[in-house]
Design a protein around this ligand. Structure first.
Ligand SMILES: [Zn+2]
Length: 354
């Protein structure tokens, strides 16, 4: 009784903080995806969703976005939470907002997003600790169970202004602890029912993208006779078109959209690494997707490759080096270059968060 009495008379943020042991993303200077996605769909570009697990990745992302004035989604996967701790990552995101301002980005547009949330409880704990967006991935469940779980998460998250990404269809590949043998394209005939019933804010679809650095088996690809490299099968733009027709203006998300730059694969392979036949989604296809209702493109493997290539190069060129700053520094520079390239040349999100 006393609690409700106090709650009725205090601003919501204070109530949340002091009495409910909760942190609102707004207090951390973060934003949700609502306005960001609406602008992206209208403007024909996509927001980068970069995963982060450590300080160097985060610094590279924020520097690239501050310099290009690109809105950004910082993604935290299950693997990242296990590796770096959810609380620490949340504080790092809060620090990222302050860092962005220090770099001269007056109004940073930064989302802290849970990638592949696999339960209501995980989504709830992220909402409570300051995430501004969560994904509930019920794509492996039967349709009705996916609807029920997504709806439950949406109802909770929306109470706090947190936006929710859902998924229909199954992506192949391995990403942290998300793995599937085969992909199943999203069925366009299901999307209206799913979005209406769940109230989700964006929808991850499966049109042939795939998680990880080995997106396609050699037998799914053709081989370039000149370079001997694999050429992946094209994305199913016809399925995307049908989905767009069913849900005009609704934000669509592409997972597993690294392009696996061959220059990084080559550096890795010539510096003691072994990544045979690693292949990704060609950037021109992602560029085409970004111009459509696809307004969030997830990129994780490419930054891992940039980091690994840079670190391997230092280890081979300077075998006496043992100061982590001397190999993580170049890795950070390489990632920053990669992020800027994606923002400016693939997604077109530069200058959209001035
Ligand atoms: Zn994913």
């Amino acid at each position: 009784m006393k609690f409700h009495y106090i709650c009725d008379r205090l601003p919501k943020a204070i109530i949340i903080n002091k009495y409910c042991n909760m942190v609102s993303y707004k207090e951390l200077g973060l934003v949700n995806t609502r306005e960001m996605f609406a602008k992206a769909v209208k403007g024909g570009y996509a927001i980068p969703a970069f995963n982060f697990n450590n300080m160097e990745q985060l610094q590279a992302i924020i520097k690239a976005c501050a310099e290009t004035k690109s809105p950004v989604i910082l993604q935290v996967s299950k693997g990242a939470r296990n590796y770096a701790n959810q609380t620490l990552l949340r504080y790092m995101a809060e620090g990222a907002v302050a860092y962005a301002k220090e770099l001269g980005w007056k109004r940073p547009q930064i989302v802290l997003h849970l990638d592949h949330g696999d339960s209501y409880e995980v989504c709830k704990s992220c909402v409570q600790t300051g995430f501004s967006s969560v994904m509930i991935d019920g794509s492996a469940l039967p349709y009705d169970e996916n609807v029920a779980l997504t709806k439950k998460v949406v109802r909770y998250a929306h109470r706090y202004g947190v936006t929710v990404e859902a998924e229909l269809g199954v992506l192949a590949g391995v990403e942290d602890e998300v793995a599937a043998e085969e992909s199943h394209y999203t069925k366009p005939e299901e999307v209206i029912d799913f979005v209406t019933k769940t109230g989700c804010d964006s929808l991850a679809i499966s049109i042939g993208t795939s998680h990880g650095a080995y997106k396609f088996k050699p037998e799914q690809c053709t081989r370039d006779p000149k370079t001997g490299k694999l050429v992946p099968p094209p994305l199913a733009f016809d399925v995307l078109k049908q989905i767009e027709k069913k849900l005009p203006g609704f934000p669509i998300v592409l997972h597993g959209s690294s392009s696996v730059p061959q220059e990084y694969v080559d550096i890795i392979n010539t510096h003691g690494g072994k990544l045979p036949d690693a292949v990704g989604i060609p950037e021109e296809q992602l560029r085409k997707a970004a111009k459509s209702a696809v307004c969030k493109i997830n990129i994780d493997s490419d930054s891992r490759l940039a980091m690994t290539a840079a670190v391997r190069k230092v280890f081979v060129d300077k075998p006496g080096e043992f100061d982590p700053r001397k190999y993580l520094g170049p890795a950070r520079d390489e990632m920053e270059k990669l992020y800027k390239h994606k923002i400016v040349n693939v997604l077109g999100s530069n200058g959209k968060a001035k």
